[in-house]
Write a new protein. Structure first.
Length: 155
């Protein structure tokens, strides 16, 4: 078997997991936020945190490792314009994702406390949820740009 093609397949699959999980989490969290039942919100955010840990986090690690391995073995200039754009996009997505994960954990903790104490959610919950939603957009757009750069490799 050709190691290059195996690593390339892993790279493509992990990018699919990264993008697909991100989109799925965003949909799941957004829809659940409109639920009146606090238990539904709590379920959604717990599973979102879990999905980020099981799927997104490994993909975030696998992407640059496999990407640089592929570049190293293909002889492509690491400073090519299209690659510089992908690096920037990956950093933007990561800088959005890190606070999003922290926010998801904060939302989970607030929901857990509200469920356990049969209480309402604090105003902070809505503020953090809005920030979570806003941060998702630049990350999503950055990943779309990265896909475009990977496919078209513009000069």
């Amino acid at each position: 078997m050709d190691n290059y093609l195996i690593i390339k397949t892993i790279h493509i699959l992990s990018s699919t997991v990264l993008f697909g999980t991100g989109l799925g989490i965003a949909f799941f969290m957004y829809i659940s936020n409109s639920a009146n039942n606090i238990h539904e919100k709590y379920y959604a955010v717990r599973k979102t945190v879990l999905a980020d840990f099981i799927f997104t986090f490994p993909a975030v690690i696998i992407q640059p490792v496999t990407g640089f391995w592929l570049l190293w073995h293909s002889g492509i200039d690491l400073h090519a314009f299209w690659l510089q754009i992908t690096y920037i996009g990956y950093v933007v997505a990561g800088l959005c994702w890190l606070p999003v994960v922290w926010i998801q954990i904060q939302l989970k903790n607030m929901l857990q406390q509200a469920v356990e104490q049969h209480d309402t959610l604090p105003d902070r919950y809505d503020r953090l949820f809005k920030i979570w939603f806003i941060l998702g957009w630049p990350a999503f757009i950055a990943l779309l740009i990265i896909f475009f750069m990977m496919v078209f490799k513009p000069v």
